[in-house]
Design a protein around this ligand. Sequence first.
Ligand code: GTP
Ligand code: ZN
Length: 201
Amino acid sequence: MTDPVTLDGMATIGEFDEKRARNAVRELLIAIGEDPDREGLLETPARVARAYREIFAGLWQKPEDVLTTTFDLGHDEMVLVKDIEVYSTCEHHLVPFRGVAHVGYIPSTSGKITGLSKLARLVDVYARRPQVQERLTTQIADSLMEILEPRGVIVVVECEHMCMSMRGIRKPGAKTLTSAVRGQLRDAATRNEAMSLIMAR
Ligand SMILES: Nc1nc2c(ncn2[C@@H]2O[C@H](COP(=O)(O)OP(=O)(O)OP(=O)(O)O)[C@@H](O)[C@H]2O)c(=O)[nH]1
Ligand SMILES: [Zn+2]
């Protein structure tokens, strides 16, 4: 775990407080009419606290921590990693939303690129926070632009939100698509090339 970071545009938050998380889960169990002292639930507050530490681990990570490996390969054509699994948590209801992210960029003219796995790690840094899909998408795009200084970036995220499937409007299967396009990928021809690669199955 690294130091707490300032969330883009948001206040700095403190450290993960496992004891507080345990107590909160115990309170929640009481609030829903459960008995937190029955055998099956005895370990649940501690388990949920550990799970939350993992699910929200991105709060303690910065994009520059994962986009560390960069190479100057002189490759200045588009690089696109598609179908990166996304597990995130809706900040409105604290239930999951999941799907895939497609992340592409056109390297700087010097050909500064990063390891392919680092793009997936970058997705996780932002997905493992209380999120909305729009912000997840733009944060991935903006951090790539800042750190790799590429000529363009495209990020497309497709997710199903459990808050729309298991409760509320109850529309399982509905997918939300969001995109963020920066730099040269805003040009119609380049964007169309990226989109056709993304949509090809
Ligand atoms: N734009 C956006 N909305 C989201 C996202 N995740 C959940 N939501 C929506 O956030 C909204 C919260 O609406 P509220 O009316 O405050 O909450 P609610 O009464 O639980 O709403 P319902 O889900 O319609 O029952 C809902 O419309 C959700 O579908 C997201 O990533 N982006
Ligand atoms: Zn929600």
